[in-house]
Design a protein around this ligand. Structure first.
Ligand SMILES: [Zn+2]
Ligand SMILES: [Zn+2]
Length: 263
């Protein structure tokens, strides 16, 4: 599981165009870049380290060349990253399903002269989507690892040696595991939170439409009001520019091999 998420960095694929979206909504359709990331376009490097289960000392097996220049490196386990990635996929799917309904709300009543029928029809679709989204939700809430719980190790910029010495309790029992830079984790955590917020906003509008019925004679007005809210929401949900290549240094090798290599 863990090593499946570790892959060499590859260039981010260019965004695929969403050709199935209505022409007039092209400018505000939800982009696919979150999805391409999940498909392996941009995965972080990882480090295979041993960790003593007794004292917590950590390191790798790079030989030292003599003149070491260590600097601090914060890491999280690949398992934590994998768990976050899974939750990110779930919430992305949820946001997409809800966004599709919000896009329909954005053109509600615009194409016919029967706003009541359009409204009722979309209400049914909204309720179906809410049901689907609820079924797909995680039964438990993911707890994102806070920054003060990242592990700290020391990375030598010259030879790549990593160590986190601890005063040993006696016999060291080393287990290999895979770890990632905390910056990769924090970046994904930020995207996860943003996606979760977006999904919540979409959901609250879809919920409103699903259960609010206008009074007689107010259908057209209600359609317009929902339309405006949806357009506003889609506009504000436009993604911020992709986080560009970060300024990380130091020799880090991409991990390969079988899931349990070295354990
Ligand atoms: Zn060194
Ligand atoms: Zn130990």
């Amino acid at each position: 599981m863990a090593s499946a998420i570790c892959a060499p960095r590859r260039p981010t694929p260019s965004n695929s165009s969403s050709s199935d979206a209505p022409a007039k909504l092209n400018e505000m359709s939800i982009p696919d870049n979150d999805q391409s990331e999940l498909e392996g376009g941009q995965l972080p490097d990882c480090l295979t380290l041993w960790r003593c289960i007794g004292c917590g000392a950590m390191g790798n097996s790079e030989p030292c060349t003599g003149t070491c220049a260590f600097r601090k490196l914060e890491i999280v386990s690949a398992d934590e990253y994998a768990e976050l990635l899974e939750s990110f996929a779930t919430v992305t799917d949820k946001a997409k399903r809800l966004a599709a309904v919000v896009q329909e709300i954005a053109v509600l009543g615009g194409s016919s002269n029967d706003p009541q029928r359009d409204y009722r029809r979309l209400q049914i679709r909204a309720r179906e989507t809410l049901r689907l989204v609820q079924q797909g939700e995680l039964s438990r809430q993911l707890i994102v690892t806070p920054a003060d719980e990242y592990a700290t190790v020391w990375l030598c910029g010259t030879c790549g040696q990593i160590e986190a010495p601890q005063s040993c309790l006696g016999v060291c029992i080393r287990r290999n595991g895979e770890f990632l830079r905390s910056t990769d984790y924090a970046e994904l955590a930020a995207r996860f939170e943003a996606q979760r917020r977006k999904a919540d906003e979409f959901r609250s509008l879809v919920l409103q439409l699903a259960w609010v019925a206008p009074r007689a004679g107010q259908w057209e007005r209600a359609c317009r009001a929902f339309q405006e809210k949806a357009v506003e929401l889609l506009r504000s949900a436009q993604p911020s520019p992709d986080p560009t290549e970060d300024n990380r240094g130091g020799p880090v090798k991409p991990c390969g091999g079988s899931p349990n290599a070295g354990v």
